[in-house]
Structure formats: structure tokens, C-alpha cells
Ligand binder design. Structure first.
Ligand SMILES: [Fe+2]
Ligand SMILES: [Fe+2]
Length: 264
């Protein structure tokens, strides 16, 4: 019998600078409440200890230096590593200034390959600075291609922008531009690709892209309405913060989306 491995998928924290709100929502309180609950539940003494967390971007409200400082303090309470990625609301230079130990792929992007018992986790950087939509330029895709070529075994993919439209017009308009080029790189390794974790949509999502299972969730900050399909994205903080717990055992993967009602 194998021992299950747990890790967390966090996304779209949108941490504002101290004293600031986001669309009238006290996002910092929601993020901090979620991290406190996670530390208790998934720390070494908790009921479901996690090995690490991956945060799939939109770390801050708008890439402010003070927001990254606040986020760094908030994440320090987690009793396991949190691997940070960038989304369209981030700023690469401000992020690097606040997290000088952050990974670098040699081309200036925040990409990293994390080998481990979960398989090879490949964390991609889809930020197109100043734009809402996502990019994977040739240099980023070349990095991905090299990491796949030099490795073997199962792969878990992480990226902020989903590679497919989901039927919410305002969000589909700011999706990933190079999804076809991404697939060209991935296709030769299709049998190794176990799951794709993404963010950006602020909604619980499950499905598949070119046969690769994928999932996302709302995150702690706010939710995007399913019915905002006409091109105007409607958001609110009616629902509680949430995160996902991934459970790997014997090559099988289960992703639990966990709602934290009553925390914020
Ligand atoms: Fe977001
Ligand atoms: Fe986003």
C-alpha cells in the first residue's frame, strides 16, 4: 500500500497593498483567513499534512511592491513551501524584488521544474506584462520543450491562463494566445501529462484540454459570475474563500475543492 501525497493548489490571491480594498472587497482579510485555516489543517500536525503549495498567479491586486511585501508576510505562516507563479495582475520586477530567491528560467521568466514524488511539476509564466491576456512566447516554450525532453515519468502542468475558452466571453477574451503552440510542444509527451492546474477564471472548473484533465477554482479573492458571458465580467465576494487539495496515490490523482465558509 502506498502513502498518499498531498499538495495544495492556491490561485488568484490578488493581495492588495496595506489599507487597500479591491472592488470594495477586503481581499487581504479573506486571503489571511484562508492561509490561517490552511496552516492549521495542512501543517505537519494537521489532519491532512501537505508537502507544498503551488500558487498559480495573480498574486497581487496590481503588482504593487507593498502588496508583494504583505503577501510575503502572509505566506510566511505556511509550514511548507509555497511555489509562486505570476498572472496578469502581477509585475515581474516587483515580484523579484520582494522574492529575490524566486526561480528564474535563464530567460528572465518565472518558470521552474520541480521534480518530486508527485512527478515533475512544470510551472509556467504566462504573464504578458501590462496585458490581461496570457502569452507563452518562443523562449518560454523552448524552456518547456527542454524540460520535457530531459525528463521522463509523470508531469503535472501549472499555468495561470487556461489554454482553452470556457464560454465566459469576458474571460475568454483574455485567455492564452499561444495555446496551439503550447500543444505542439506537449503533444509528443501526451502519455506523461497527468493534469493541468490553472487559475485566472475565479470559478470552480473541471474538464479536459486535448485529453489532458484540468482543474481550477475560485480562490480566496472573489468569484466571476457564470452568466457574465456577454463580454462584461461580473464579480462579487458572495461566496467564501476556497483552495484545492490534490491527493496523489499510486499514480491516481484526486483534486478536492475546499470552501472555507465562515472564515471571512
Ligand atoms: Fe485573477
Ligand atoms: Fe488572471
Amino acid at each position: 500500500m502506498t502513502t498518499p501525497l498531498h499538495f495544495l493548489h492556491l490561485t488568484d490571491l490578488h493581495m492588495p497593498p496595506p489599507g487597500a480594498l479591491l472592488r470594495g472587497i477586503d481581499v487581504a482579510a479573506r486571503v489571511e483567513a484562508m492561509l490561517a485555516a490552511i496552516a492549521e489543517r495542512h501543517g505537519p500536525q494537521g489532519p491532512l499534512p501537505a508537502a507544498f503549495a503551488v500558487v498559480t498567479g495573480d498574486l497581487t491586486r496590481d503588482g504593487e511592491a507593498a502588496a508583494y511585501g504583505r503577501l510575503r508576510e502572509a505566506l510566511a505562516r505556511l509550514p511548507f513551501p509555497a511555489h509562486l507563479m505570476l498572472g496578469n495582475h502581477d509585475d515581474r520586477a516587483a515580484f523579484r524584488a520582494a522574492f529575490p530567491g524566486a526561480p528564474a528560467d535563464g530567460e528572465g521568466f518565472v518558470q521552474q521544474a520541480l521534480p518530486g514524488p508527485a512527478g515533475l511539476c512544470l510551472l509556467l509564466d504566462t504573464l504578458d506584462q501590462g496585458q490581461a491576456g496570457g502569452r507563452l512566447c518562443d523562449r518560454r516554450l523552448a524552456w518547456l520543450e527542454a524540460r520535457l525532453a530531459e525528463s521522463e515519468g509523470p508531469v503535472l502542468l501549472f499555468l495561470h491562463h487556461p489554454p482553452l475558452p470556457v464560454g465566459i466571453g469576458g474571460m475568454d477574451a483574455i485567455g492564452l494566445r499561444e495555446s496551439a503552440a503550447l500543444w505542439e510542444v506537449l503533444a509528443p509527451h501526451r502519455a506523461r501529462l497527468r493534469h493541468l492546474f490553472h487559475g485566472h477564471l475565479h470559478r470552480p472548473i473541471a474538464g479536459s484540454w486535448r485529453g489532458i484533465p484540468l482543474s481550477s477554482h475560485r480562490g480566496p479573492a472573489f468569484e466571476v459570475a457564470l452568466t457574465s458571458a456577454s463580454g462584461r465580467t461580473e464579480v462579487s465576494a458572495r461566496l467564501p474563500p476556497c483552495y484545492a487539495l490534490a491527493r496523489l496515490e499510486g499514480g491516481d490523482l484526486v483534486v478536492h475543492t475546499e470552501e472555507l465558509a465562515g472564515t471571512a
